[in-house]
Design a protein around this ligand. Structure first.
Ligand code: OGA
Ligand code: ZN
Ligand code: ZN
Length: 395
């Protein structure tokens, strides 16, 4: 291989994102199993030899079309060492490996992926944070105009960020036609179908296959807790709401879970650790899922609420745990009924709720079907699609 080839081979492959250089690489020192890189702000970041070789982004290691790795770390011995390291005129870290391979690291990328304590703490602090809410949200709803969301990418992004961080949003000026939800979903990604259809009609029906399709009071719940993966986003689009009653109610399930963690830690733990079964059966379907009511993510933060009393099976836990489970379950539902957490708003024709179904519990008050028509159209989209769309819009 001549010198020109080796330089081309070591050219970094972009991964669709950009990595601005806020801090320059100023030094590199060799240690036993790692390099210690010094930055212009005096931070020192160790990078293990294996980590550096693993993350080589040259065109031999990463396929430039997919930007996915071809190389696997077991393709080289664990003790592989750099033979020579230096910082070039563009401030990039160059490594010549013992086996003749060359790697080049862009300082912006390297800093963004550094795993020293300070860098990891910085990344943790920059993670999107859920903004918890209670009853005050009723007066400060995150509202967006449908026509603007449909035509302006900046407004689209602001709306999606509100869905991600607040978990409850309302769109206004929405046409009352049945083609709205497919068009809106397409603006975001695509719909997640269920046994209730691509779109579902929330209407009082004689042959209801869910309490949702009656005029009863429907207590606070997440939709499809009967599935291994509950739908991430739920859309409820009001075509007509002329009936008496039938108001929408929301609570922030994350806020309630965090309050429970503070106020009764042992009850919180019970809901995190005890699997509960949810089921939905009809003539043609039979779904069930066994999972705890509160799920935590890898950082110990509440990441999901699973709740639907009308979809719950009989509790099945060891005898000595039953009383504790009822205490925790009663406390959680009691909290969903507390005014401090509740937002109650009537959805009118031409308005639409979009909320995080794995976070914001929703309910409907009883309505009188004889007093007027009530018809909402609904659909689901998974959280992954929301987060992917946000990242692409932010590039
Ligand atoms: C549902 C539901 C709310 C409403 O269909 O799952 O929660 O306002 N409906 O009818
Ligand atoms: Zn490589
Ligand atoms: Zn529902």
């Amino acid at each position: 291989m001549n010198a020109v080839d080796s330089v081309l081979d070591a050219a970094p492959v972009a991964d669709w994102r950009s990595y601005p250089i806020h801090v320059a690489l100023v030094g590199v020192q060799t240690a036993n199993d790692h390099l210690a890189v010094t930055w212009s702000d005096a931070r020192v970041s160790p990078f293990h030899h294996q980590w550096l070789r693993d993350n080589c982004s040259c065109s031999q290691c990463v396929y430039s079309v997919t930007r996915e790795q071809l190389f696997e770390i077991v393709d080289v011995p664990p003790e592989l060492h750099p033979q020579r390291t230096r910082i070039d005129e563009q401030g990039q870290l160059l490594i010549d490996w013992q086996d003749g391979h060359h790697s080049r690291f862009h300082p912006g990328w390297l800093r963004a992926h550094a795993y020293d304590d300070a860098s990891r703490a910085e990344r943790l602090a920059q993670r999107p944070q859920s903004r918890l809410w209670g009853a005050e949200m009723s007066a400060q709803l995150a509202q967006f105009d449908y026509p603007t969301v449909m035509t302006d990418d900046h407004t689209l992004l602001q709306w999606l960020l509100a869905v991600r961080d607040i978990g409850l949003t309302q769109l206004r000026e929405v046409p009352t036609t049945e083609d709205v939800l497919p068009a809106l979903a397409k603006r975001l990604s695509f719909i997640r179908e269920s046994n209730f259809g691509v779109l579902f009609d929330v209407q009082s029906k004689a042959d209801a296959d869910s309490n949702a399709y009656t005029s009863f009071n429907l207590p606070l719940h997440t939709d499809l807790p009967t599935r291994e993966l509950q739908p991430g986003l739920q859309f409820l689009h009001c075509l007509v709401n002329d009936a008496t009653g039938g108001e929408s109610v929301f609570v922030d399930g994350f806020a309630i879970a965090e309050a429970l963690r503070q106020e009764a830690p042992e009850l919180f733990r019970t809901l995190c650790e005890t699997p509960v079964e949810f089921r939905n059966r009809s003539r043609t379907s039979d779904y069930h899922c066994l999972a705890p009511i509160i799920a935590l993510d890898a950082y110990g933060m509440v990441s999901e609420i699973r709740m639907g009393n009308f979809l719950r099976s009989a509790f099945d836990v060891p005898v000595e745990q039953m009383a504790a489970l009822y205490s925790a379950y009663r406390r959680f539902i009691t909290m969903t009924r507390e005014p401090r957490f509740r937002v109650q708003r009537r959805l009118d024709a031409g308005q639409l709720w979009c909320f995080d179904n794995r976070r914001a519990l929703h309910a409907r008050t009883e309505f009188d079907p004889a007093s007027g028509a009530r018809h909402f159209k609904g659909c689901y989209i998974d959280r992954d699609e929301l987060l992917s769309r946000i990242r692409v819009l932010q590039r």
